[in-house]
Write a protein that binds this ligand. Sequence first.
Ligand SMILES: CC(C)(COP(=O)(O)OP(=O)(O)OC[C@H]1O[C@@H](n2cnc3c(N)ncnc32)[C@H](O)[C@@H]1OP(=O)(O)O)[C@@H](O)C(=O)NCCC(=O)NCCS
Length: 165
Amino acid sequence: MTILLRAATTADVPLLERWDEMPDVIASDPDDDWNWAIELGVERDWREQLVAELDGRPIGFVQIIDPAREDSHYWGDCGPDLAAIDVWIGEPDCLGKGYGTQIMRQAIARCFADPRVAAILIDPLASNTRAHRFYERLGFHLVARRWFGSSDCLVMRLDRKRWRG
Ligand SMILES: CC(C)(COP(=O)(O)OP(=O)(O)OC[C@H]1O[C@@H](n2cnc3c(N)ncnc32)[C@H](O)[C@@H]1OP(=O)(O)O)[C@@H](O)C(=O)NCCC(=O)NCCS
């Protein structure tokens, strides 16, 4: 079984819209509108939007951004040495089988391939305790509890040195 990350395109709009209706995806991100039909057609040099494929079958989505340069300034003032990741598995039969771990390991390696990146941030909902465990196992640690808009989130961080170790 091989997981590959490839660039998302406008051909993926129906897929991402379908995944947006999945209960686990809604529960993890109830408030955001990702505006797929527009955003997947626009290149932005501060982000990568990627589809994870399992032996050629799309199963999940990853976004990697430079939080200091992202348009909406979602993360507030940040140093220039960070990356931030969003991830979800859209296909319910693919949850809890180790694929998310593989997807995250590839996404983390992609972030740290840029020598500028000293640490990676993620912001799971405070209520998503299973996701917290998932990220802790990957080496992330809790930095803060913070509201992003109406979402009560944990900020978790993985430092490059910790990843190497
Ligand atoms: C979080 C997620 C990417 C993990 O990928 P995965 O392939 O399911 O996870 P793995 O099989 O590699 O690792 C298993 C661990 O993932 C977490 N996990 C599994 N299913 C999950 C789910 N439905 N929701 C949240 N976390 C889940 C748990 O920590 C689990 O460990 P446990 O069985 O000891 O509780 C995936 O479960 C998912 O997309 N969940 C729904 C959306 C979400 O919560 N995204 C994260 C938002 S910050």
